[in-house]
Design a protein around this ligand. Structure first.
Ligand code: ADP
Ligand code: MG
Length: 254
């Protein structure tokens, strides 16, 4: 595949990977990634020489004090911002070499985003909030409806499809947001404190859902959290301090 192509990538989906029809192992490869905001006397070095590899099917938690660079790192992983120096590969493509149009397409086709604020459209039903995210415009409306039903079913909300966000609990709203994030079968799900706005019980529901996506769908997840129980549930935790990786734990099974 020539690196100059503008055609969409034949991106392996999480289910391709689970079924073994794709052999891709590396989702992300970061080397020497630095991010500096501003310049001169007011420059802030938010990330300092980050090297990181994320493999398919990993559930990775990012922890660290406020201001340690967690959100900056997630934004770079999400191709929402560019590093000041260094290289970021997603599915073998160097993000720093791509233009805005290609980055937009890459985000839509390969990355799902979940935020602390659920960011649902308040005037749309749960089903419509999910449907607007489906990129394949040439599918029939019946096919789209089927996909929406499948997505809402996968987050346990089939019975809430016609509810507005205001008629749903926080945990349910976040589940709709997760269904939306999964609409295009992203290679990676990125989440910035997805349980930060939820009570403990709702947070547990979301955590169970994320764990199931990893266990059953081989979904790759990178999430930021302040909650030790969520970091513990992830297979791997990296801890940031002052823009550097302080520790990277990869506890084996048992
Ligand atoms: N847009 C920005 N402009 C200037 N400084 C920023 C910007 N975003 C983040 N920072 C600074 O970069 C550092 C890391 O921020 P951030 O990545 O948001 O950390 P965290 O998510 O761990 O709290 C902090 O010192 C923060 O003030
Ligand atoms: Mg943050």
């Amino acid at each position: 595949m020539p690196s100059t192509t503008l055609e969409p990538l034949p991106t392996p989906t999480a289910s391709d990977l689970a079924e073994g029809t794709a052999t891709l192992e590396s989702i992300y490869g970061l080397s020497g990634v630095t991010k500096t905001y501003g310049s001169g006397a007011t420059a802030v070095c938010a990330l300092d020489s980050i090297d990181l590899t994320v493999s398919a099917g990993e559930f990775l938690a990012i922890v660290g004090a406020s201001g340690s660079g967690k959100t900056t790192l997630l934004q770079l992983l999400g191709a929402l911002d560019r590093p000041t120096t260094g290289r970021i590969e997603l599915l073998g493509r160097d993000l720093t070499s791509l233009g805005e149009r290609e980055l937009t397409r890459l985000r839509r086709d390969t990355i799902g985003f979940v935020f602390q604020q659920f960011n649902l459209i308040p005037t749309l039903s749960a089903a419509d909030n999910v449907e607007v995210a489906i990129a394949t415009r040439h599918e029939s409306s019946a096919q789209r409806a089927e996909r929406v039903a499948e997505l809402l079913g996968s987050v346990g909300l089939a019975h809430r499809a016609q509810h507005l966000p205001s008629q749903l609990s926080g945990g349910e709203q976040q589940r709709v947001a997760i269904a939306r994030a999964l609409a295009n079968r992203p290679a990676v799900l990125l989440a910035d404190e997805p349980t930060g706005n939820l009570d403990t019980a709702s947070g547990s529901e979301i955590l169970e859902l994320l764990e199931r996506l990893v266990a059953e769908g081989n979904q790759t997840i990178v999430l930021i959290t302040h909650e030790p129980r969520i970091a513990e549930a992830a297979q791997r935790t990296i801890s940031l301090k002052d823009g550097r990786i302080l520790s990277d734990t990869q506890p084996g099974p048992g």
